[in-house]
Design a protein around this ligand. Sequence first.
Ligand code: SF4
Length: 453
Amino acid sequence: MSQLIQKYNIPGPRYTSYPTVPYWNQDTFSADEWKSTLIKSFDESNGKEGISLYIHLPYCESLCTFCGCHKRITKRHDVELPYIDSVLREWELYCGLLGSRPIIKEMHLGGGTPTFFSPGNLKRLVNGILEHALKAPGYEFSFEGHPNNTTKEHLQALYDVGFRRVSYGVQDYNGKVQKAIHRLQSFEDVRNVTEAAREIGYDSIGHDLIFGLPHQTLEHVEESILKTKSLRPDRLAFYSYAHVPWIKGNGQRGFKEGDLPSAKAKRSQYEEGKKLLTKVGYEEIGMDHFALKSDSLQQSMVSGKLHRNFMGYTASKTQVMIGLGVSSISDSWYSFAQNVKNLEEYRHLVNNGVIPVYRGHILTREDRVIRKHILNLMCRFKTSWKTNETYFPEIPMVKGRLLEMEQDGLVEFGIDELVVTAEGQPFIRNICMAFDVLLHRKEPETRLFSMTI
Ligand code: SF4
C-alpha cells in the first residue's frame, strides 16, 4: 500500500464540481446565459424534485489556522442584520427571475460560522426564505454548528423552522493539535451540544473529524474516534487536511510545514481510523464520509440515490442548487455560477437589484457526460459507457490512462464499464482524474490542488 501511496499521491481536484473551478470558462461567462440556463433547469425540475439552497454565513469570531473556507473574522455582531437582509434581497431577486414558487428540498446553512448569528436572526433568515417558497415532501434542512457557540436557543430556533440535521466541527480532541490549529474546544462542549440537539429532537447529528493536522499522531486520531464513538453521531466526515497555503494565505501558516505528518503517516491515520469506525458500527459512504445504518446518507447510498455537490455528499439529488451569500456557488446542472467574494461588493450589488455572480461555466454536452461519470465514481464506485448518452469519444484514452491502475488492482474493467475495487477506493480522486479530459488537454497549474491521498 505504501508504494501505491507514493506513486499516486499527486496534486488533484476533489471533484465537488466537474469541470473543476480552474477549468471554468471565465472569459466567455455571461450572467444572462447563467440566468437562462437556470430558468430552463428550474422549469424542468422544480415540480418534480424541488431545489436545494445553500446559504453562506461568512462571519467567525476567531480564525482557525487550518481553515479553507471563505470567512471574515470579527467580534462585531452588528454585521448580522445587514448581511441577512442582503441574503433575503438576493433570494427575492432569484424568486422574481424564476417566476413560480421554488419548492425547497434541501436547505443548508454553512460558513463561516452560522451560529455566529443570533437565534433570532437565523429565524428571520429562514422565515424570510420560506415566505417565497414551499417545502418539498421529505425536505431536509441542516446547518453547521460551532461547538463553542451553539446554544440551546440556536438549536431550538432552527428546529422550530424545520431543521433536523446539524453537523459540528470537531477536528481533533488533542490539546496540542487544537492549539496549533487555533481551535480550542473541549470534549464537554461537544458532548453538551450533541446531547442538546438530541434532546430537542434532531434526527441526524454529524461530527467532522480531520486527519493530517499539525502535530497529529495516530494515537490522537484513535483517541478522537473513541471519544466520538461515545457520543454516537449519526454521520461523520473524516477527511484529510488540505494544506494549500498558496491559495488560502496566512490562515494556514500558523504552524510549520515540519509539524505536519508525512503522507505515509497521514494514510495510516486514515486507514486505522476507518478500521476503528467500521468496527464501532459506521459504514463508509463515498469518499471521506461515514454513517450509521439508520442515517439517510447511508440509506441513500444503498438505494443508489447518493449525490455529491458543492455541499459535499447529499442524500438526494436536485437538478438546481442555488447558492446565496458572498462567494456561494450555484449549480443548475447546465451551468455553474459563483457570487463575488468581497462582502461590501456583494451587499452593494444585491441591494442594487443585481444577482451578484462574477464567474461561472456553461457546461457542454461533453462536460455533462463526464460529470455524470465522475459522480457515479464518487457516489457508487462504478460507472459505465454502454449507452449513447454515457459514451464520449475519449473513452479509449480514459481506458488507457487507467491501465496501470488496473495492473495495480485499483480498478477492474467489465464490458464498457469500470468498477473501483476496495483497494482502489482511497485512490478515487486519481481514478476520476483519468476521466477529466480538460485536465489532460491543458497542463494544470499543479499548485491549485491539494494532494489526492
Ligand atoms: S474553521 Fe469554521 S470557525 Fe474556524 S475560521 Fe474556518 S469557518 Fe471560521
